[in-house]
Ligand binder design. Structure first.
Ligand code: FRU
Length: 476
């Protein structure tokens, strides 16, 4: 075992006595923004959800994690186990300790294989002489209790024709019992793509079958595809990925990077696409991943690469989205959050109404397609979060909230075209808002920062609503 300890490339094995406890005490100083029912890091930074798998009884949910600070340093995998998405237990983590993961255990997915959880992930390494990145693809084998049994490298370089940006394997088991995985990649001509590998079993080496082709994708300017995922949803095949480099548009692709999906049918190693869309229209959503059991459930990262947040000073950064059940309606993906609600009550929204614990609550309204303006949490400094709907356009406005320079760099309005606004379901959790439109046809996921907020809603018109408390999660 190597104890990596080189600046931000420091593994948990190199922690000093009391070091994480001291960082945790900084996190606990954040009285305003740390969430109550979303999975967030105990210290440091979370990014992508990883390794999602159902082991027959429990879901295992991992997350990219840098424990020491709110920056992208040495990546570990934090590990949660749950059967109900409400009570979570921690289990063995992936900690960089081998040369094939010397600069971090990067993203990947898991399968259940012969009663073991097999996590496929990218070992980020850099050559010592010239610092050149060399991607390794590795596996880590856990038993169902979450104990790590073994790790090994299965590919120690990028394939010919591709750069060193080859990462994020997402495995699945084929109908004839083989293992396949999709892998995000950059071609030598600096365009983004996805590779498809196959293994007969865990003892054989992966064979590169081909690129996984997605028909009708506009790949202009796209230099990398991160975090691919390929799965079946009802009678459709879905390919989900996070392309980097897409040009921003007025009402679409409004962030620096995006999460997208293509839906259609498989034809060999190619998706015959019927529909392509962004998965989320909010300010902060990236690198989602799914797990299949009786339902297909998705988690995303409520955050984006290259963005700082006001909680960085408290030494924590980003979190995972709510789990969302995916389904298909009218040939599109719809997303429904999985949460436990209590204390449901009907309220009338008026010019101004106070709602206790609004900042950890669920709000449901039926705007009947009429123009709407709702202001939330206005504090004495005039900070406020606004949701507006007019002429077919839903807007989330965080202009009058605290933002870092990098957050504001991509504008402080996010839009989503909705021809008929029937229903809004809004989940607030301190500094996170997830808005599900028309039963999950569109979703907007965002961070927002209003300290000393008042739990009030101002509405431009009388509107009946339902509010409920969202049960906090427990991590044991
Ligand atoms: C996506 C990503 C992945 C990579 C991981 C590193 O956010 O850049 O491509 O594996 O994060 O933390």
């Amino acid at each position: 075992m190597h104890i990596f300890n080189n600046g931000k490339y420091k593994s948990l094995h190199a922690q000093q006595a009391g070091e994480l406890a001291a960082i945790r005490s900084e996190v606990l100083k954040d009285k305003d923004f740390y969430p109550t029912y979303h999975l967030a890091p105990s210290t440091g930074l979370f990014n992508d959800p990883n390794g999602l798998v159902f082991d027959g009884q429990h879901y295992h949910i991992f997350a990219q994690w840098f424990p020491y600070d709110a920056i992208h340093g040495m990546k570990h995998w934090e590990h949660f186990v749950t059967s109900d998405f409400n009570i979570f237990h921690k289990a063995d983590r992936l900690i960089p300790e081998q040369l094939f993961e010397s600069h971090g255990c990067y993203s990947g997915g898991s399968i259940l294989w012969q009663d073991k959880i097999v996590a496929f992930y990218t070992g980020n390494t850099r050559r010592s002489d010239d610092n050149q990145r060399v991607p390794h693809q590795n596996i880590a084998i856990f038993d169902k209790s979450g104990k790590l049994l073994e790790k090994r490298c299965i590919l120690d370089r990028a394939p010919v024709g591709y750069t060193e940006h080859v990462r994020d394997p997402k495995p699945f088991i084929t109908e004839d019992g083989k293992i396949r995985f999709v892998l995000g990649a950059q071609r030598e001509n600096l365009t983004g793509t996805c590779l498809l590998y196959e293994m007969d079993d865990l003892d054989s080496l992966p064979k590169l079958l081909s690129e996984f082709a997605v028909q009708d994708v506009d790949n202009s300017n796209v230099f990398m595809w991160e975090c691919p995922d390929l799965f079946q949803l009802a009678d459709k095949t879905v390919f989900m990925w996070s392309p980097q480099g897409k040009r921003r548009e007025r009402y679409r692709f409004q962030n620096n990077y995006h999460a997208t999906y293509a839906l259609g049918s498989l034809n060999g190693n190619r998706l015959q696409t019927e529909y392509i869309e962004e998965l989320d229209y909010g300010f902060d959503f990236y690198a989602p991943q799914t797990v299949q059991h009786s339902e297909c459930i998705l988690f995303g990262w409520v955050g984006l690469p290259d963005i700082t947040y006001p909680t960085d000073k408290f030494k924590w950064h980003s979190l995972l989205s709510l789990p969302r059940q995916l389904a298909i309606k009218n040939e599109r993906i719809i997303q429904k959050p999985i949460v436990k609600l209590s204390h449901k009550q009907a309220v009338e929204l008026t010019e101004k109404i106070a709602i206790s614990n609004l900042d950890c609550s669920y709000l449901q309204i039926f705007p009947e397609n009429e123009p709407l303006e709702l202001n939330f949490f206005r504090n004495s400094q005039g900070q406020v979060l606004t949701v507006r709907y007019e002429k077919g356009l839903l807007t989330l406005d965080r202009t009058h909230t605290e933002q870092t320079e990098l957050m504001a760099g991509f504008g402080s309005l996010r839009h989503c075209e909705i021809a008929h606004l029937v229903q809004l379901e809004i989940f607030f959790d301190r500094s996170v808002v997830e808005i599900f439109v028309n039963g999950g046809e569109k979703v907007l996921t965002s961070r927002f920062f209003i300290a000393n907020r008042e739990n009030i809603i101002e509405s431009n018109r009388l509107l009946s609503a339902i509010v409920a408390q969202v049960q906090p999660i427990q991590i044991r």
